[in-house]
Design a protein around this ligand. Structure first.
Ligand SMILES: Cc1cc2nc3c(=O)[nH]c(=O)nc-3n(C[C@H](O)[C@H](O)[C@H](O)COP(=O)(O)OP(=O)(O)OC[C@H]3O[C@@H](n4cnc5c(N)ncnc54)[C@H](O)[C@@H]3O)c2cc1C
Length: 383
């Protein structure tokens, strides 16, 4: 084994697969392992029993301003040009999210909205984007009240559901990033490049990993094959001198020796319905007291034409309790957890050829474009 491969990569998501491709093209022989029975990590998609293309781990929309990332991935796929639009179901009302001038009309009615619009335009300018934080700290009483409305109806309960905390404990400082648009643009993302792979994410990964220097082994738990002791990495019991790139949970890699890193998880409920169109939008966010945060209808995103059937996905946030089949999705970023992660990072640093890379390994939120960019840079630095 140690003679055969120059690198062992754990995880066939964006972190691992991008590294595998770059190293393979640089002449390195790569072994890519994943414990799942498929490639693609959380971006994996497949057709369900009714033939609808679904995203098994929640809706994934590619968007970036990073031209290098876009061009790299475009070697393995064309894009369908989908621009994500999200409708907010706010009690009985439905309005665009991010909150914009159309949302304002729906929330306040024509007359009041016209007067607020004039005030917004006068204060911040037309077609600008501000934050809820700016509104809530405005000197103008009416703007502050509008900020409170958006904070409570769009942000507060949704965030409390997402993170499993009472609304009273939601850190109001986070609102500094939540956008409000003084215009009619209702796209969720405003990045230059947006879309879904024309065929599927899985096809993108298949092409990216189709290289003579890459061997993919699925259904394989790398923690059962890698051992770390006294500065040496063993693979299948033999000293391995090549690079090891690991995109799983660092606490698991080191036998939870400093304790478990906390994560948030999600329960997914897929429903296939005998109709052409369920909600008219890719995603509807439920911002108030429903137990789910959002419903996704995949056909609107993938553009797939299939008559009389549609599949929707309800997302229920949950705490991650390491139960069988449960998946850790989001790192919970607070000082205590980051300090715990730092201990695992220090442990990893004892092995110079080991690199923790990706949303789990680095205990941070990455969009697909960001982890692709990071993986490109890292793999090139090895070469
Ligand atoms: C619900 C949801 C929606 C999202 N939507 C978007 C979106 O719209 N746009 C966007 O840009 N980003 C989105 N993201 C983020 C996106 O999923 C991540 O950027 C991406 O998955 C990160 O890739 P990764 O390789 O780090 O991790 P992953 O995709 O999680 O891949 C890690 C892989 O490692 C494997 N692994 C772990 N441990 C081991 C082990 N011991 N042995 C073998 N294999 C192992 C896992 O099985 C997994 O396949 C979303 C994330 C979630 C949770």
């Amino acid at each position: 084994m140690k003679k055969q491969y120059d690198a062992v990569i754990v995880g066939a998501g964006f972190a691992g697969s991008v590294c595998a491709r770059v190293l393979a093209e640089g002449g390195r022989r790569v072994l890519l392992l994943d414990r799942r029975d498929h490639i693609g990590g959380n971006a994996y998609d497949e057709k369900d029993e009714s033939g609808v293309l679904i995203h098994k781990y929640g809706p994934h929309i590619f968007h970036t301003n990073d031209r290098e990332v876009y061009e790299f991935l475009s070697r393995f796929t064309e894009w369908n040009g989908y621009q994500h639009r999200v409708l907010g179901r706010v009690g009985e009302l439905s309005m665009p999210i991010p909150f914009n001038l159309d949302s304002l009309r729906i929330a306040y009615g024509e007359e009041e909205a016209a007067s607020l619009e004039a005030l917004l335009v006068q204060t911040y300018g037309r077609d600008t984007q501000i934050t809820i934080g700016a509104l809530r700290s405005s000197d103008d009483e009416r703007l502050r009240a509008l900020g409170e409305y958006v904070y409570e109806h769009i942000f507060l309960h949704y965030t409390a559901k997402q993170w499993g905390v009472p609304a009273s404990e939601v850190d109001s400082s986070v609102t500094s990033r939540v956008p409000v648009r003084i215009g009619h643009d209702d796209r969720y993302f405003v990045d230059t490049y947006q879309g879904l792979p024309t065929d599927s994410f899985t096809a993108l990964f298949e092409r990216m990993l189709d290289h003579e220097n890459i061997t993919v082994t699925l259904g394989c738990d790398a923690c059962e094959r890698l051992t770390f002791a006294n500065g040496e990495i063993l693979f299948d019991g033999e000293v391995f001198l090549g690079d090891v790139i690991y995109s799983g949970m660092p606490d698991e890699l080191f036998g939870y020796k400093y304790g478990r890193l906390p994560y948030r998880s999600l329960d997914f409920e897929f429903k296939t319905l005998d109709m052409d169109d369920f909600q008219g939008y890719g995603t509807v966010n439920y911002t108030m007291h429903e137990p789910y945060t959002r419903i996704t209808e995949f056909k609107h995103m993938t553009g797939q034409r299939i008559e009389g059937k549609t599949t929707v996905l309800y997302e229920y946030p949950r705490s991650y309790e390491a139960k069988e089949g449960q998946i850790p999705y989001y790192a919970i970023l607070n000082p205590e957890n980051l300090a715990l992660h730092a201990r695992y990072r220090e442990e990893a640093a004892l092995y110079p050829r080991l690199r923790l890379l990706g949303r789990l390994a680095e205990y941070k939120y990455y969009n697909m474009d960001a982890i692709t960019g990071e993986a490109l840079r890292f793999a090139r630095s090895i070469l």
